[in-house]
Design a protein around this ligand. Structure first.
Ligand SMILES: C[S@@+](CC[C@H](N)C(=O)[O-])C[C@H]1O[C@@H](n2cnc3c(N)ncnc32)[C@H](O)[C@@H]1O
Length: 253
């Protein structure tokens, strides 16, 4: 297990879960073939939970493919979600050179945890929690992504670095044309989620999607509180997929 992110092992893991993670670390490094062979045979290695999340995001993307506008990833962390939207866009709409997938993150972790975020938080719910070197790492992921898709000379991904409480309003200021088709809320925290909802909602047409990573989660009450304070839950039909527990979404009417 990578030391850097071992803090992310949830507390509710069983011995089998821990044995699976440890076993997979070793198996992946020692398994047959080159790294590319392993990646092409990814179903041998990828945890079922990650595959389920990917399938759920695929369903969201299939809805959004017919909705005009950008995809906004609120909280990038290591970039798995961001690159999911990027890959799906390259697969389903290779020539859509208008769509951008925009990721917001400090890349230095949580700027602050407010009173509204206090709940049954995990240990990494502290200032600086989830800090990564992902910004530099993602530059190479994006370069390779662009090599492997049609119209790769027109960028499809943007990373916006800094505290989203400031960078989100600034982004709108700098991009007066912005329309949002999918707002993926995964900051974990109240204040940036509130700012994202207040800033982007007026730019979302009917049929656009808001997706929630932490709605109704005791570990991160801030996301639910931000939704209550902006949209209100009574105005939303919050739906989910039976095969993945965390993700929920609503189609704007
Ligand atoms: C749960 S992670 C995001 C996971 C990511 N969506 C994925 O698919 O793996 C939450 C991220 O939100 C970022 N974050 C939280 N508050 C923020 C803020 N005010 N401004 C910018 N980024 C913030 C953290 O740095 C962290 O990387």
């Amino acid at each position: 297990m990578s030391e850097e992110f071992s803090m992310l092992i949830p507390h509710n893991q069983t011995e089998n879960d821990v044995a699976f993670s440890r076993g997979m670390e070793t198996y992946f490094s020692h398994s047959l073939g080159t790294n590319m062979d392993k990646l092409r045979n990814f179903t041998k290695f990828v945890p079922r939970q990650a595959l389920s999340q990917f399938l759920a995001k695929n369903e969201l993307f299939k809805h959004v493919v017919n909705i005009h506008g950008h995809i906004i990833e609120c909280g990038v962390f290591l970039g798995g979600g961001l690159m999911t939207w990027a890959q799906l866009s390259a697969i389903y709409e290779p020539v859509n050179h208008v769509r951008r997938i925009v990721g917001f993150d400090t890349f230095t972790g949580f700027p602050a945890i407010s009173e509204k975020d206090k709940g049954q938080n995990p240990d990494y719910a502290v200032t600086g929690g989830l800090a990564t070197r992902a910004y530099e790492d993602l530059q190479e992921a994006i370069r390779l992504y662009d090599l492997n898709r049609p119209v790769g000379h027109i960028p499809r991904l943007e990373l916006v670095v800094g505290d989203a409480i400031q960078t989100i309003p600034q982004y709108l200021q700098d991009n007066q044309h912005l329309v949002v088709a999918l707002l993926y809320l995964d900051f974990d925290l109240f204040e940036p989620t509130r700012v994202a909802l207040e800033t982007f909602l007026p730019r979302m047409p009917k049929g656009a999607l808001i997706a929630f990573d932490e709605l109704d989660q005791a570990a991160w009450p801030g996301e639910t509180l931000a939704v209550l304070e902006t949209l209100g839950l009574r105005n939303l039909k919050v739906q989910r997929f039976p095969f993945t527990p965390q993700l929920s979404y609503a189609i704007l009417e």
